[in-house]
Ligand binder design. Structure first.
Ligand SMILES: Cc1cc2nc3c(=O)[nH]c(=O)nc-3n(C[C@H](O)[C@H](O)[C@H](O)COP(=O)(O)OP(=O)(O)OC[C@H]3O[C@@H](n4cnc5c(N)ncnc54)[C@H](O)[C@@H]3O)c2cc1C
Length: 407
């Protein structure tokens, strides 16, 4: 503990760890640290409305259950029992339709889909129960020195040994640590919205792969689904601007009426697709988690699942350091975090990038290889099951929380 804790205007708040950013990655990090008894302060302005949903894979669900968050989420989430992939391209070499079921790998569900607003609400509720100190203001500057790190806010400042940069794609913490990132944009934008529909989804996610990107319907409780429709930016903007009835009819056509007539719910979003990776995940008493460290396109529900594995891994390493009375912001702790996350983040990024590019490629041999790969995945049982297991619980990263153990 550095100095005294006084949280008044003009004062200095002190904590062992300061988490900057109240998105899901930051909240899970703060909760995991607090449950391990680490003095943690959360610096997070009020969250903006987010109408997106997140497909949380089995490991993330286990982690949330271990942290005491899942019981609030469960009634608001839909299980993902099957995943159907349909090649909806008009190309010469098309892949076969594939259906994966969770039972094939001994699970009841691959994961659960939940609206981000419900997930974030449940995380804030748990943070309150754990009495995590929350300062509802943005960090304005972060400066590191030999003994600790200071976060300047508009009205006061926070002093800690470690800052967790969970402040998203345009991370102030990443800049403060002098960490550059590699960013590439795709000629694609995701339109997101939630729908009611006439037919039951049977807890099956359906991904139509089109020449412009995936069109994915993910179950929500009842006869509702969330949609992520990836298109070129002008086509996405056109759909975004349509009135509800025209848009519902257009989406029903794109979904081949699989779920019957549709009704569009309020709250549409447009997200330009990009892939971005920080060149380092930690430096100068700052460790990056979630989109501050890596952004991947919304294909295969990997983004936040990666972010939660960052959170779980970092909390575990920090808790171990504190038990050994090691400075939690020391370069050894940061290096351990970085090496622990590299393989998982790199392998996911490469796989998602490859899949997305193979969809966009007009080059016939690439389409052939993609079709053949999907054919083999469909027909070769061990390959199919290995892929499903890897998708849900990566061999490269199984932090304790994802195995149902406390950090
Ligand atoms: C269309 C779409 C669909 C997706 N679907 C899935 C899915 O199904 N499954 C999945 O795993 N992932 C999915 N993702 C990815 C997922 O949404 C992101 O990985 C996730 O939102 C990142 O969370 P985060 O907490 O790292 O960042 P964010 O959610 O961006 O949170 C960052 C927070 O930091 C705060 N902040 C910023 N600057 C400061 C500052 N200076 N001081 C304090 N706070 C600050 C912001 O206000 C914000 O609250 C999807 C993404 C998109 C675009």
């Amino acid at each position: 503990m550095i100095g005294a804790r006084v949280n008044a205007k003009g004062s200095r708040v002190a904590a062992e760890v300061a988490v900057v950013g109240g998105g899901p990655s930051g909240l899970v990090t703060a909760i995991a640290l607090a449950t391990a008894g680490i003095d943690t302060v959360l610096i997070a302005p009020k969250p903006e409305d987010d109408h997106r949903t997140t497909a949380l894979l089995a490991g993330s669900v286990t982690a949330l259950a271990t942290l005491g968050v899942w019981e609030t989420c469960r009634p608001l989430a839909a299980p993902l029992v099957s995943i159907r992939i349909v090649d909806d391209t008009r190309r010469l070499l098309r892949a076969p339709e594939i259906v994966f079921t969770a039972a094939e790998i001994g699970l009841d569900a691959f994961g659960y889909n939940i609206e981000n607003r419900h997930l974030i609400g449940a995380l804030y509720e748990r943070a309150r129960q754990l009495q995590i100190e929350h300062i509802a203001a943005p960090a304005l500057a972060v400066t590191c020195d030999r003994a600790g790190i200071t976060i300047n806010l508009a009205e006061n400042e926070v002093r800690a040994r470690l800052v967790v940069g969970a402040d998203g794609q345009h991370s102030l913490c990443r800049t403060a640590a002098g960490i550059a990132s590699d960013r590439r944009t795709y000629p694609q934008t995701a339109l997101t919205l939630n729908l009611e529909h006439g037919r039951a989804h049977d807890n099956t996610t359906t991904e139509f792969h089109t020449e412009r990107g995936p069109f994915t319907l993910v179950p929500l409780p009842g006869r509702r689904s969330s949609l992520v429709c990836v298109l070129d930016p002008s086509a996405a903007a056109e759909l975004f601007a349509m009135n509800d009835n025209d848009l519902a009819a257009d989406l029903e056509r794109r979904a081949h009426s699989l779920l019957g007539p549709m009704r569009v719910e309020p709250g549409r979003g447009l997200f330009p697709l990009a892939v971005e990776t920080a060149r380092s995940f930690a430096r100068d008493r700052i460790a990056l988690v979630g989109e501050a460290a890596h952004v991947v396109p919304p294909i295969g529900a990997q983004g936040l699942n990666l972010g939660l594995r960052d959170a779980a891994t970092l909390a575990e390493i920090v808790a171990d350091a504190q038990r050994r009375s090691v400075d939690v912001g020391s370069s050894g702790v940061l290096a351990h975090y970085e090496t622990s996350r590299l393989a998982d983040v790199t392998s996911r990024r490469l796989a998602i990038d490859l899949l997305n590019r193979s969809l966009l490629a007009d080059f016939l041999p690439v389409q052939g290889i993609r079709g053949l790969s999907l054919f083999l995945i469909d027909r070769v049982g061990p390959l199919r099951r290995a892929l499903m297991r890897e998708g849900v619980a990566p061999a490269a990263s199984q932090p304790r929380l994802m195995r149902g153990e406390m950090v």
